[in-house]
Design a protein around this ligand. Structure first.
Ligand code: DGL
Length: 262
């Protein structure tokens, strides 16, 4: 796998949120084969029980493992918070997880709002992460349906009003602890008048480090992080990513299913 352009990476999310992380990886990982599994038949995960999430994630990783991947990415904060460690024990390849970008936010700002799913909010992993930053004032808010509303908005054009889902408040920084929220990064920044952080770039950097690929072109990001991000992600992934998810929407509505045999 080392430095190899033949490496295979499997990216998993409950739905479309992981595309944000995938597009970060695509910025540098040319020649790597990416498989994307979006389990949006079973999304949202954010309010499901831990056991059910564990079963679904394991099933998704098994489907990706059949493609003989070298590295898997849990591009889902909820899955990472609930079962990253147990999945690492079950599979032979390295698994990179998501971590809400509280550390970079706390380096610069004091009043921080973390937005994540209910399951991530109650996780021990998040509690420990927050405890590492005693100087920051960190509030966590877990909108019950925002990830699903984003999925519906982007796939089925259902209306989405952020103020129906988010609390008002004065914050210096907002940390997006759910990969779905990153599609609305610019809108959330404007909503709070605050700087927004997400874990996508950090996760992509860890994946590239495992593949021993250096990040090259910082000046021309492929992803601009607005609602147009979704369209850009679609274009960006076309012919470069093999979608293995069971959900028809992933193959028919969003992506032309890759013709290569999988
Ligand atoms: N995208 C997922 C995350 O990062 C979860 C969304 C959901 O299925 O609730 O937490």
């Amino acid at each position: 796998m080392a430095g190899s352009t033949r490496a295979k990476v499997g990216v998993f999310d409950s739905g479309i949120g992981g595309l944000n992380v995938l597009c970060e990886c695509l910025k540098a990982a040319h020649g790597v084969t990416f498989y994307y599994f979006g389990d949006n038949c079973n999304a949202p995960y954010g309010s499901k029980g831990k056991e059910e999430i564990g079963i679904l994630v394991e099933r998704g990783l098994h489907i990706l493992a059949r493609r003989r991947i070298d590295v898997a990415v849990l591009a889902c904060n909820t899955a990472s918070a609930v079962c990253l460690e147990s999945m690492r024990r079950k599979f032979p390849f390295p698994i990179v997880g998501m971590e809400p970008a509280i550390s970079p936010a706390a380096k610069k700002f004091r009043r921080i709002l973390v937005l994540c799913t209910p399951r991530t909010a109650e996780s021990e992993r998040l509690r420990r992460l927050i405890a590492r930053h005693p100087a920051a004032e960190i509030e966590v808010f877990a909108p019950k349906d925002l990830a699903w509303a984003i999925e519906k908005n982007l796939l089925e054009k259902e209306p989405l009003l952020l103020e129906d889902h988010l609390p008002r408040g004065g914050y210096d920084a907002v940390v997006l602890g759910c990969t779905h929220y990153s599609f609305f990064r610019d809108e959330i920044a404007a909503f709070y008048g605050a700087e927004v952080f997400d874990g996508g770039e950090g996760t992509a950097a860890r994946v590239l480090a495992l593949l021993r690929i250096g990040r090259s072109n910082h000046s021309q990001p492929l992803v601009t992080r607005s609602t147009q991000t979704f369209e850009k992600c679609k274009n960006q992934t076309k012919n470069r990513v093999i979608f293995v998810g069971p959900c028809k929407k992933m193959n028919e509505t969003i992506f032309i299913s890759n013709k290569r045999s999988i």
